[in-house]
Design a protein around this ligand. Structure first.
Ligand SMILES: [Zn+2]
Length: 473
């Protein structure tokens, strides 16, 4: 059962109550003359949102997986001969790796925006896995991870992605939104979000034409899609996977990615993930780090996850690494600033926080001596935190995943700074069999309708799972 808090509309005007998921305590300098920075304030826990994932949802997922017959597809018969692979009339022979330039726009005049697409076509048949990065031009986790995946240490003879040992086809598009990447912008030059335009229209607006061309030529005939993202400007994400777990092929790769936190969420309209899923493609999004930033840990986890999926699908040799446990979450809480001013975050993305802990304070130079605390509503993980210190009342400052009774288990995997250590972020991966992984279900609702919807209400432009900003053509 959910408490009333989790069903509240956070944008609803409720002057007598603290915003959802936030415990605030006003202090004047008279009452609290000494304020230590890492101070912990124990307050009565008032927000409860995490329970077991709802029985209905669990049943739905179980049933979908039961009915799903992964089957043996003729074209993946590993013993049969491999044909050449053709992308946009360019041929890639078995056992070959080739980079082709694909024009985002088909034009005779003006900029066509050619982007590199690298195809590793295995000697033996198998599924086609497409990895996309930089759909949002300022998110660098994907481009960096793809660059590592395509490095000589990965693709040379005898290395993990040696085309001679690949069964199937791997397509990498490190930077899909190249104009945005060059402009350090999330958007296309026409101001649109490519990840809201799929599958696109041949005669639509500029971004829609790009989506249409990439969808039809590069994505549509793929079997699995791994879309790499980071948080939008002004915040940072803890490494996490987002997938619709009731969609069996998506469920399979989301788990195969091999990290702890999976958000069971339906993708927003027009997103590549949604479009792919509706086409029967197993699709997941990875989120890690923040825009305009190269977060090494987030990149490392991305590379680790991609290799895990390729190993699980037997596209490349080797055993996938699995996490010690998985958190399958269907709900979360946004912590918001109760007042405006300068935000001082005490925790970061991946921080494990305890009930009552002060996670941030807000102060205003115009009102010396008054600070407002943002308090953790329970034990849980900060899966996203603000990096922009300018806040107004209601600005989301953190995305909190309540753990409740699972907090002890999660606490066993934090470092000395109380940061959760994501599988794959350290040098030594732990090898595990699928049966050894404990799964934790967290119940709730994505407030506002989708994972990042609340953030979207605060800023224009948002990460993969926010709602589209309505725009007129
Ligand atoms: Zn993104």
């Amino acid at each position: 059962m959910l408490s009333a808090d989790s069903d509240e509309d956070p944008d609803e005007d409720k002057p007598v109550k603290a915003p959802k998921g936030v415990e605030t305590a006003k202090k004047s300098s008279k009452k609290a003359p000494i304020k230590s920075k890492k101070k912990k304030t124990r307050v009565k826990k008032t927000v409860r949102v995490a329970h077991e994932m709802s029985a209905d949802r669990r049943k739905e997922i179980k049933q979908a997986l039961k009915e799903h017959d992964a089957g043996i597809r003729d074209e993946w018969d590993r013993s049969s001969g491999q044909k050449s692979h053709t992308v946009m009339r360019k041929r890639v022979k078995p056992g070959q790796m080739r980079t082709i330039m694909v024009d985002l726009l088909e034009v005779d005049l003006g900029e066509s925006w050619p982007v590199p697409v690298t195809i590793i076509h295995g000697r033996r048949p198998g599924p086609t896995v497409t990895i996309t990065g930089g759909i949002h031009g300022d998110e660098l986790t994907g481009p960096s991870a793809c660059t590592h995946i395509l490095s000589n240490s990965m693709t040379d003879p005898g290395r993990p992605l040696d085309p001679d040992h690949v069964a199937g086809t791997i397509r990498l598009i490190p930077v899909m939104n190249l104009p945005g990447y060059r402009n350090k912008s999330r958007y296309f030059p026409d101001g649109r979000d490519l990840n809201r335009e799929f599958p696109g229209k041949a005669k639509g607006n500029t971004t829609s034409r790009v989506a249409h061309r990439m969808w039809n030529n590069i994505i549509k005939d793929t079997d699995y899609l791994i879309d790499l993202h980071s948080a939008a400007k002004g915040r940072s994400n803890m490494p996490q996977v987002r997938a619709n777990l009731a969609d069996p092929p998506s469920n399979i790769i989301a788990k195969a990615f091999g990290i702890e936190v999976i958000l069971d969420s339906k993708p927003p309209k027009g997103s590549l993930r949604r479009c792919a899923m509706e086409e029967g493609i197993g699709a997941m999004t990875y989120e890690g780090g923040g825009a305009d930033n190269l977060d090494h840990e987030a990149v490392q986890v991305a590379v680790h996850g991609v290799l895990n999926i390729l190993r699980s699908l037997h596209v490349i040799p080797g055993n996938p690494s699995r996490p010690r446990f998985r958190i399958l979450a269907s709900g979360s809480t946004w912590l918001r600033a109760a007042e405006g001013g300068l935000l001082d975050m005490y925790v970061g993305a991946s921080s494990f926080v305890e009930s009552g802990e002060v996670v941030a304070t807000v102060s205003d130079p115009a009102t010396p001596g008054l600070t407002i605390d943002v308090i953790a509503p329970g034990d849980g993980l900060m899966i996203c935190t603000a990096t922009n210190p300018h806040v107004t009342a209601g600005t989301p400052v953190g995305h909190f995943l309540p753990l409740e009774k699972h907090s002890e288990l999660v606490r066993t995997q934090v470092d000395e700074n109380m940061m959760f250590v994501v599988s794959g972020s350290t040098e030594e991966p732990v090898w595990r069999e699928e049966v050894d992984v404990d799964e934790i279900s967290l119940e709730g609702e994505w407030s506002g309708g989708s994972v990042d919807a609340e953030w979207q209400h605060a800023f224009t432009g948002d990460s993969e799972s926010g709602e589209a900003t309505p725009r007129n053509d």
